[in-house]
Design a binder for this molecule. Structure first.
Ligand code: SF4
Ligand code: SF4
Length: 173
């Protein structure tokens, strides 16, 4: 069955849109509850091309619709990152079930270089199968890298912020 956005609209709250200087986490000035985008025909290209993972995936049921889950999932870095952008009004939403167990399962791909990044406002958390690395509140323009490093024969997860490279979560162009 083909999914549709219906009354969701969560990406219009949670994601930034550079072209109209819309900050992440605030409702877009053009969003009208119950009606959707007031400038739909002329909306920015980043909005027109955006599709969240819930819309795209047959494996994510109704509970994962972003306005119910209280977070938006979308891929970036050519599929190498899964962004989980959480509503700051419900910061623990991603830790609830059935979400947290499923996100942990998705994070298994970290062993292949994949990154599962939770954003709650400017706070960033990189999720690995066996731990969550909370980077705290960061400059959202700064790039994050993560992966596994070998130490004493064991693979240890790491995540860090690089200070000079932009990497802002936003509706991808
Ligand atoms: S978050 Fe997904 S389902 Fe909700 S309005 Fe945006 S694209 Fe549609
Ligand atoms: S311009 Fe329209 S589609 Fe884009 S964020 Fe605003 S309300 Fe949503």
């Amino acid at each position: 069955m083909t999914k549709s956005c219906g009354s969701c609209g969560m990406c219009c709250k949670l994601l930034g849109v550079e072209a109209i200087e819309k900050a992440s986490g605030d409702w877009c000035a053009h969003y009208q509850r119950g009606k959707g985008c007031a400038i739909y025909a002329e909306r920015p290209a980043a909005c027109a091309s955006f599709t969240c993972l819930w819309l795209d995936s047959e494996k994510l049921g109704d509970a994962w619709r972003p306005d119910r889950a209280k977070f938006v999932l979308y891929t970036a870095r050519d599929g190498a990152r899964l962004n989980v952008v959480v509503d700051p009004a419900a910061p623990a939403a991603w830790r609830r079930e059935p979400y947290y167990s499923r996100l942990k399962t998705m994070s298994q791909r970290a062993f292949d270089g994949y990154e599962l990044l939770v954003s709650i406002g400017d706070r960033r958390i990189v999720v690995f199968p066996d731990q969550d690395v909370d980077l705290g509140v960061i400059n959202p323009d700064h790039k994050i890298i993560s992966g596994y490093a070998e130490k004493d024969g064991a693979q240890i997860p790491y995540a860090m912020v690089l200070s000079d490279l932009p990497d802002t979560p936003a509706k991808p162009e």
